[in-house]
Ligand binder design. Sequence first.
Ligand SMILES: C[S@@+](CC[C@H](N)C(=O)[O-])C[C@H]1O[C@@H](n2cnc3c(N)ncnc32)[C@H](O)[C@@H]1O
Ligand code: SF4
Length: 447
Amino acid sequence: MLRPLATKAESRNLTPHIIRHLAKQTPWSRYHLYIHIPFCAADCTYCHCAHTILKSPANMVVYIESLCRQADAYGALFDGTEIQSLYLGGGTPSLLTAPLIEKLLRRIRSRFRFAPHAQVDFEAHPASLNLHKLKTLKTLGVNRLTLGVQSLDPKVLKAIHRPQSIQKVYRNVQDAKRLDFGCLNIDLVAGLPGQTTQSFVSTLRRIIDLKPDVIHLIPLCDLAAIRGDNQIQKDIPAFLTRRHQMLKIAKDILADKGYARHGFEAFQRSKAGQNSQQDDYFNRGCSIVGMGLYAQTMLLPDFYARCTSFDGRPHDSYEFCLIDKTYALATYLIPQLLAGINEADFFRTFSANMTKVFGKELGFLARQGICSHKGGKWRFAGPKTPEGLFEFFSHTKILFGAPLLRRLRHVYQGFYKPDRAYSFQKDAFLKKMDDVFFANTLYDVGF
Ligand SMILES: C[S@@+](CC[C@H](N)C(=O)[O-])C[C@H]1O[C@@H](n2cnc3c(N)ncnc32)[C@H](O)[C@@H]1O
Ligand code: SF4
């Protein structure tokens, strides 16, 4: 049963409102905290993360002040309840100076209680990371470091406008290993502008030689957002074939070198290697509370908000909506079908009967030979070629997408009463939800 979330009176003070909603919907013991640092030194043209160029170091100081203010307010509302994990993402958190990192993390630690083995993740760009910052992070309890490498090929780095020295990558990795963060993860992207299969494989082999605990192999997605010369957009099938080939080769190389796959993108070398817990949040049935500009809050099963104007006070603006539960479930289900999903697991996660909710759609996919159903498990039955995956996605898009989006609109229109205090551009937001939904499905192609 869906309830109205935003009424005219309540929407003036959305921040506590989100928290109140969380208290009602999710067991207090299970939520994650995400903090967004939106600043970057340069605009990599392939990037789809919410970011803004840092114009003056003073802006970082003001921003951290605002985050501290928000930490005070949220910490009081959460009243000492444990957070399962903390993720500092961006943008580029490593652009913060060591004193600012320290100020923020100390304030967070003083306002929130961390679960005993809470993962504390930090995203870093090689250009702004150094030994001093690494030592600060280590002292403050960061136990999972993500280094965004993307590529080691100077031609690719030039094509995506990413100033990055290869020597610096090596030095960062050596320093991080010496300090022993528990888990070192390196992000690589497959399908970047200017990237050939050979250059991608060469980067991958050099990174494997450095023995990080986890390698995230991320298929380039959100193609329409690529800035500058977007050759990829001109021939998407050729791009998909190329990207698929890269990922397929990479998967075999990684298996050969002892990296076991975890989820869609992560490959782990050892027990120490851990995927980010926040990547797994849907699987774990946990909510995420976001802090900072552009941070997203996702309160299962049905609430979504994203901060659009921020200074850590109640007048901050948010885009928000009630997500129809069925829509949320379909967003989860579609990529899961590629690897196979058990009805029992679905029930355990969502307390909903998968065949009752999606029986008609799944039956249709089975009749078309696109999915199989055996022993309570549903899975994609077609060939994992770009053509096979296209067929899968176009069917699921038609079956699940349009009706669910219509329902989402309906829910929104029924309950939201616009208020002067909030800039809420309904059409842009619904388009965004549409993009997120389908970008994610294209994103998770099985390889
Ligand atoms: C916030 S960035 C990482 C931290 C840091 N800003 C950096 O660039 O190293 C997060 C990750 O998103 C991934 N990413 C960004 N744009 C992408 C896109 N269009 N497709 C796939 N992955 C993307 C990159 O792998 C990147 O490491
Ligand atoms: S890849 Fe990282 S540094 Fe580059 S624009 Fe995106 S968030 Fe910023």
